[in-house]
Design a protein around this ligand. Structure first.
Ligand code: FES
Length: 317
């Protein structure tokens, strides 16, 4: 963590959104205004646990321009190894922590004539600030939001009160979200997908088949692609060092643990900060950034999510 690029914040309030989702309001530790952000931005939070710093990125859910506080909503992940578990079980009002400056890898397109958001579960979070920005600017949008049930739907009351015309809920037992509405949008519409990888892959494929130009399709993954096989591999660095990456760790985590200064930001395969040059070996890509051509070339790896296909790769570091 680069402390020069972080902001000290304090937890001002904690709100239980649903049985599995908590919303946290963070203010500057010295009550200063926080940096401005744009719709779709996220922050990286750094919490100390057992002598380790756990870095996780979360979308800001309050309207951009509100600089008195940042709001994030976190879903408890059953297989959490410290990130969401810490926030849900141990974080208390008054606790302090460091957060990074807001960054935006999922910005609104300013070329769009109309914006349509497709969210599944906690994938709603980046759209909260995006919709606020569009409403403020008087631009048109709609939200298609798939969740298990009303009871497990984060921001249900807020959305029904604030965007009653724009919001369409799909509760899986009553009315499943399908790609049917993708056919109905007018020319010039940009579509945005956020949720589990399978959801993003299905909707992106449908949009391309229907004929949306790829420049009108935007998505943000919260977790790496599930198709990756998590097996141990070795990484040889140009510095001469060899690092072993166990199945339960990412390449980035293994590099940092070995004391190697590897760059990173989002840790979710969507910003490109952690990209490293591959000199030998094949990569199993888990990011949502590289093009098909770049993937097939096996010349770079995003260390926060991607792994080696074979037992060993050589990278420039
Ligand atoms: S840190 Fe953002 S893609 Fe890896």
């Amino acid at each position: 963590m680069n402390l020069h690029k972080t902001i000290p914040v304090q937890v001002k309030s904690i709100h239980q959104e649903t049985p599995c989702v908590k919303r946290f309001t963070l203010v500057h530790k010295h009550n200063d205004p926080l940096p401005y952000f744009s719709g779709g931005s996220h922050i990286t939070t750094y919490v100390e646990l057992d002598g380790q710093t756990i870095a996780r990125s979360y979308s800001l859910t309050n309207p951009p321009g509100q600089t008195a506080a940042y709001q994030i909503a976190i879903r408890l992940n059953e297989s959490s190894q410290g990130g969401s578990l810490y926030w849900h079980e141990w974080m208390k009002v008054g606790d302090t922590l460091q957060v990074g400056f807001p960054q935006n890898h999922f910005p609104l397109s300013f070329k769009a004539k109309h914006h349509v958001f497709y969210a599944a579960g906690i994938g709603i979070t980046p759209f909260m600030s995006m919709m606020a920005e569009l409403k403020e600017e008087g631009r048109t949008f709609e939200l298609h939001y798939a969740v298990k049930s009303r009871e497990t739907c984060p921001f249900y009351s807020f959305l029904t009160e604030t965007y009653p015309e724009q919001t369409h809920f799909y509760f899986s037992k009553e009315n499943r979200l399908t790609d049917a509405s993708l056919w109905e949008h007018r020319v010039g519409t940009h579509v945005y997908f956020c949720g589990p990888p399978s959801f993003i892959e299905e909707f992106t494929r449908s949009a391309l088949e229907i004929g949306y130009p790829s420049s009108s399709i935007h998505y943000e993954r919260f977790t790496p692609s599930q198709t990756l096989t998590r097996r141990r591999f070795e990484v040889e660095l140009t510095s001469g060092q060899t690092v072993s990456v166990p199945e339960e760790e990412t390449l980035l985590e293994a590099l940092l643990k070995s004391g190697i200064k590897a760059p990173y930001s989002c840790r979710a395969g969507r910003c490109g900060t952690c990209e490293l040059k591959v000199l030998e070996g094949k990569v199993d890509h888990g990011d949502s950034l590289l093009s098909e051509e770049e993937r097939n070339g096996h010349r770079s790896i995003l260390s926060c999510v991607s792994r080696a296909q074979s037992g060993k790769i050589r990278i420039q570091l």
